[in-house]
Design a protein around this ligand. Structure first.
Ligand SMILES: Nc1ncnc2c1ncn2[C@@H]1O[C@H](COP(=O)(O)OP(=O)(O)O)[C@@H](O)[C@H]1O
Ligand SMILES: [Mg+2]
Length: 537
């Protein structure tokens, strides 16, 4: 008996009891919806809600759960945007904080699918099986976790690969008025990944559902759908959906970048994936954000609105990067698209995104209507980091290209006056005009890097200068076919490094050979002069 109440016994019993006690504190807060409408809910109290925190709403009638994001933290209440079934929630329904920020399902099984910004399939092909989730907002990796851009993203478009090359991990803005071929360039870039190892994500914001369906069809026909994920918030979707769509696209992309092929965290032995994300377009996301801000009753003239958008877009685009080897060396390349009004790039959304990205591809409607398509304005388009990733031969042959094209554009204005031009200027004009023509590409007619190098080489060596302008494109395409058929080894050689004197000579021999065949078939009269010279010799 005395044993039973000994000090040791009591402490032992206390310790055992203490172990059983659950001392975790549930920090979730519960309150009630005071007002709901236009996809926005106001919730009384919730003093501990965090900005951007996921809120869980439960319908008192049906028990249905709808999620929302805390946006406005006011003194007496919280303003939240709702996602999903907006009708289900009404005044008086319960709302609780969740202590976490919003996340969405991600994973390999999403490839080939069209999802909404909540990661739910909207293509009618059944559910997507995946356990992985990622937060829609994620802190961009710091400088130590990154390496400089060093591998190219080939778009197959000469006007881009040669002049404004894009590297893996880069952010390159595509900017221009409506109907200048912005979407087409991004779609062509994705299609050109059919034979690469890149995973592509196309984020459609505020477009018509039919346009998105059309783009999906295009990917399917061109054989890239199985390596592509489409995230769509169409014009019919609510503003909050359009607002989070680009972030959802980035989250899905990050899954592939930070993980290896098995879905485990990538490291030095297990490389991470390479991802290309297209945000089409960020101007519509900004409009959706403004609409959301207004329905949340933020003051319309609020000075901070452009600042909010800047912060939003910079957070999004900072997530693009090339990771260090220790983190698996994966990359996320971002191609944001911004639409301008009447070519005005000084409006605040274009200037914001221009300042955030590593380069810009300017598309001009003037060029587009003149038939210069893709309508890249080479004079002002830049890529600040992609050059480091360009293949050596391409860098070599494109060295003078920008100058050729720019001086042509300038001289063209003079030439219009019909004044007499000296020989050198005349030659510059002729050459520039043909090189400009050479940049034209129809949709879905990507050129492989080696073909681009070869035709640029031919152009630089003057093989186009005595052709009619109308002959430049047929000649280019014919030359590519000819080289593919007969000179596989030369094409391979071109990719290996700089073009040596020897390789150059061999290439010239082949190009001259093809040119004779081409002229014989199309302009035999031009060839006759050459032949007669031969005979005389
Ligand atoms: N390289 C091209 N060659 C011919 N037509 C093109 C080319 N690029 C775009 N187009 C056409 O121009 C139109 C507008 O293109 P789109 O990419 O939708 O422009 P945006 O996205 O700038 O509004 C489309 O009908 C498209 O087929
Ligand atoms: Mg478009």
């Amino acid at each position: 008996m005395a044993d039973g109440i000994s000090t040791e016994n009591i402490t032992r019993l206390f310790k055992e009891r203490l172990k059983e006690i659950d001392i975790s504190v549930n920090t979730q807060e519960v309150s009630y919806v005071t007002e709901v409408g236009d996809g926005i809910a106001r919730v009384k109290g919730l003093n501990n809600a965090m900005a951007g925190e996921l809120l869980q709403f439960t319908s008192s009638e049906t028990g249905k759960v709808v999620y929302g994001l805390a946006q406005n933290l006011d003194r007496d209440d919280v303003g939240a945007v709702l996602f999903g079934d907006l009708e289900a929630i009404s005044e008086g329904d319960e709302c609780r904080t969740t202590d976490r920020i919003m996340d969405i399902p991600v994973g390999h099984s999403m490839l080939g699918r069209v999802v909404n910004p909540l990661g739910e399939p909207i293509d009618g092909l059944g559910p997507i099986a995946t356990d992985a989730r990622r937060p829609i907002e994620f802190k961009a990796p710091g400088i130590i976790s990154r390496t400089p851009v060093c591998e190219p993203v080939q778009t197959g478009l000469m006007a881009i690969d040669a002049l404004v090359p894009i590297g893996r991990g880069q952010r390159e803005l595509i900017i221009g008025d409506r109907k200048t071929g912005k979407t087409s360039i991004a779609v062509d870039a994705i299609i050109n990944q059919a034979t690469s190892d890149m995973v592509c994500i196309y984020v459609a914001v505020g477009q018509k559902a039919s346009t998105v369906a059309q783009i999906r069809k295009t990917f399917e026909v061109m054989g890239v759908l199985d390596r592509t994920i489409i995230v769509a918030a169409t014009a019919a979707d609510s503003a909050p959906m359009q607002y989070i769509a680009p972030m959802a696209g980035a989250a899905i992309g990050e899954y592939f970048m930070y993980n290896d092929a098995e879905g485990n965290p990538a490291d030095a032995e297990h490389p991470g994936g390479n991802v290309l994300v297209v945000y089409d377009d960020l101007s519509k996301q900004a409009v959706a954000y403004r609409q959301m801000s207004l329905t949340l009753r933020r003051p319309p003239g609020r000075e901070a609105y452009p600042g909010d958008i800047f912060y939003l877009h910079s957070r999004l685009l900072e997530r693009a990067c090339k990771l260090s080897d220790d983190l698996g060396g994966g990359s996320l390349t971002a191609l944001p698209i911004v639409e301008t009004q009447e070519g005005d790039v000084s409006a605040y959304i274009p200037t914001n995104v221009i300042s955030i990205t590593d380069g810009q591809i300017y598309l001009q409607s003037g060029l587009f209507f003149q038939g210069q398509r893709p309508a890249v304005d080479v004079g002002i388009s830049v890529s600040r980091v992609g050059g480091a990733a360009q293949i050596a031969a391409m860098k070599q042959v494109s060295g003078n290209l920008r100058l050729d094209l720019a001086s042509y554009a300038e001289l063209q204005n003079f030439a219009q006056f019909g004044s007499d031009l000296d020989k050198a200027t005349q030659r510059q004009l002729t050459h520039g005009q043909r090189m400009t023509e050479l940049m034209k590409q129809k949709r879905f007619s990507a050129l492989a890097a080696e073909d681009q190098v070869i035709v640029l080489f031919a152009g630089n060596q003057g093989y186009l200068d005595d052709l009619d302008v109308a002959d430049v494109l047929p000649f280019r395409d014919g030359l590519c076919m000819y080289m593919q058929d007969r000179c596989g080894d030369l094409r391979e050689e071109v990719l290996k490094g700089k073009i040596s004197k020897e390789l150059g000579d061999q290439l010239e021999k082949r190009i001259a050979e093809y040119k004779r065949t081409y002229l014989a078939a199309t302009h035999p009269e031009q060839l006759k002069d050459e032949v007669s010279v031969d005979i005389n010799e």
